[in-house]
Design a protein around this ligand. Structure first.
Ligand SMILES: Cc1cc2nc3c(=O)[nH]c(=O)nc-3n(C[C@H](O)[C@H](O)[C@H](O)COP(=O)(O)OP(=O)(O)OC[C@H]3O[C@@H](n4cnc5c(N)ncnc54)[C@H](O)[C@@H]3O)c2cc1C
Length: 497
């Protein structure tokens, strides 16, 4: 239930395990009017890199006849746990279920700003959130050259929205209540470097101030945002990008336990019998992830369970956050807000603020427990691989900060080895991409169709494209002789298609 990224992925994973639908017949209920789309790509839509149609999620090979019914534009309004039935809005008859999966996602957090909302709590005219394709269309319509846009929140979403709006030629002011942008992922020094980059790209960044009141304009005067120190910022559109909250209302109304998110155990079961949850709406072991990779790791476990597996469990995910904004290369993971003298931790930093570069690694007991990299994709790749693999950090710690991965840890770049993960969202290795290339996939799009690489956050598309270009140019010899470029099963070199 919920025709979003987790729900759609679950259908695909179920159909992979049960292709004909003999064991599991599926009904998907989603309240958005569109077929399922990749929400992560909305930032690319906003910046004009791709069109809305390109965000559509692939069906994963199943067809409507395969025991899958998708109903869009329909909202579930209640769950009768005892009768195992779901009530719907719009006079639609209830849907009975054997098992119910809640993938209701999250909703934009709406900060308290006088005048910014209608009586029913939805954003007023001149105000929008940044969560859906419809939000994206509204922002794109308003963000024409010469327009003024104010964004509340300089976290990941706010910065991605700002970059998109700037690329459309509008002026941007970001208002952030903390002292530096992306304060949840960065430390103060990294935040200062990021602030410098954001201002260098042409955005005005106001930190340490809260939005207090939205003053709606009329035919003669535009709108304005009043800040808590009385400053008045003129605007044509106010974008609310102040975080997200899991959508738990349906579960709560049925008496299902929810804390921040809908509480699930290691099997993704909720507190109610025959009701499961995955994705942004759920909370596992006290953590609400709000990211795609954990959502898809959860649905993989869920699909196995729904198809009868008894021993498959979900034990949590690592969290890596990547900012997808043109000209800003930023990746953060784990705990970075650790001081240089915190006991039990080794903290290494390298700062080159004038060139927009900053790297920090937090090491505990010889493992990387947190890191951030700004302005250096090579370092980001080495950090991510080491963090994911939980491998030992090199004796020469500083080598990490300049992008030298320790032996055995491969970066996700084009010079990496076969086992290196290029697409984290879909766990696609370089070796798997080489195999797809040998089977005829000659572009990032063709590789995406064959392997799904690049269909999550899209952060790896450049690497996939570069790999293909290199192999297209140099042929089979361009794939260096590393184990992964052999056929996994036979160990023999594959034939180029
Ligand atoms: C602009 C943007 C950029 C992002 N970038 C990244 C990124 O780079 N990396 C990353 O990992 N994550 C990113 N995210 C977060 C990512 O999109 C979410 O983690 C992901 O969408 C979670 O999938 P989900 O299915 O749980 O929720 P959703 O995709 O939100 O799907 C939930 C669906 O359920 C529907 N629904 C809710 N309640 C009901 C109901 N009662 N009845 C019917 N339907 C209902 C909702 O309308 C929605 O369509 C980004 C999000 C945004 C908005």
């Amino acid at each position: 239930m919920g025709n979003g990224m987790a729900g759609t992925r679950l259908v695909e994973q179920l159909r992979a395990l049960d292709p004909s639908g003999a064991r599991v017949r599926i009904t998907v209920i989603g309240d958005e009017p569109h077929p399922a789309y990749n929400r992560v790509l909305l930032s690319n839509v906003l910046s004009g890199g791709i069109g809305p149609a390109q965000t559509r999620m692939r069906s994963g090979g199943w067809r409507p006849g395969d025991g899958v019914t998708v109903r869009t534009g329909v909202r579930a309004t209640g769950i009768d746990v005892a009768a195992r039935s779901l009530t719907l809005d719009g006079g639609h008859p209830p849907v009975e279920y054997d098992e119910l999966v809640l993938t209701t996602g999250s909703a934009p957090n709406l900060p308290r700003i006088d005048g910014a909302y209608r009586d029913d709590g939805t954003p007023a005219r001149g105000v929008t959130t940044f969560r859906t394709l419809d939000d994206c269309a509204a922002i794109a319509a308003a963000a024409h050259p010469g327009a003024r846009v104010v964004i509340v929140g300089a976290g990941l979403l706010g910065l991605e929205a700002a970059r998109g709006v700037l690329m459309r030629g509008a002026a941007v002011t970001l208002v952030h209540p903390q002292d530096y942008p992306m304060d949840r992922q960065l430390d103060r020094d990294g935040g200062a470097v990021l602030a410098r980059i954001v201002r260098g790209l042409g955005a005005e960044l106001v930190v340490g101030r809260r939005a207090a009141e939205f003053v709606r304009g009329d035919d003669r005067a535009g709108h304005a945002l009043l800040l808590d120190d009385g400053t008045r910022v003129a605007t044509d559109l106010l974008i609310l990008a102040a975080g997200t909250v899991p959508r738990t209302e349906l579960a709560r109304s049925a008496g299902i336990t929810a804390a921040d998110g809908i509480v699930v155990d290691d099997t993704l079961r909720t507190s109610a019998p025959h009701v499961w949850a995955a994705g942004d709406c759920c909370e596992h072991d006290g953590v609400v992830y709000g990211l795609v990779q954990p959502a898809w790791e959860q649905t993989a476990v869920l699909a196995a369970r729904l198809c009868g597996a008894r021993d498959t469990v979900y034990s949590g995910s690592t969290q890596v956050t990547r900012l997808k904004a043109h000209d800003i290369d930023l990746v953060a993971m784990g705990r970075v807000d650790v001081g240089g003298h915190d006991q039990g931790h080794e903290v290494l930093t390298l700062a080159d603020p004038a060139r927009g570069r900053y790297a920090k690694a937090v090491v505990r007991a010889g493992r990387l427990v947190g890191a951030l990299s700004l302005g250096n994709p090579g370092v980001a790749g080495a950090f991510t691989q080491l963090f994911d693999s939980n491998g030992p950090v090199p004796q020469d710690r500083m080598s990490l900060l300049i992008g030298h991965a320790p032996p055995g840890v491969e970066t996700a770049g084009t010079d990496a080895g076969p086992e290196s993960v290029v697409c984290r969202c879909n766990s696609v290795t370089r070796g798997r991409i080489a195999e797809a290339w040998r089977n005829g996939a000659r572009s990032d799009e063709a590789v995406a169709r064959a392997t799904r690489a690049g269909t999550g956050c899209g952060g790896c598309r450049g690497v996939v494209g570069t790999l293909c270009e290199g192999w297209n140019m140099h042929g089979q010899s361009g794939i260096h002789d590393s184990g992964a470029d052999r056929d996994d099963r036979t160990g023999a070199k594959g034939d180029a298609a």
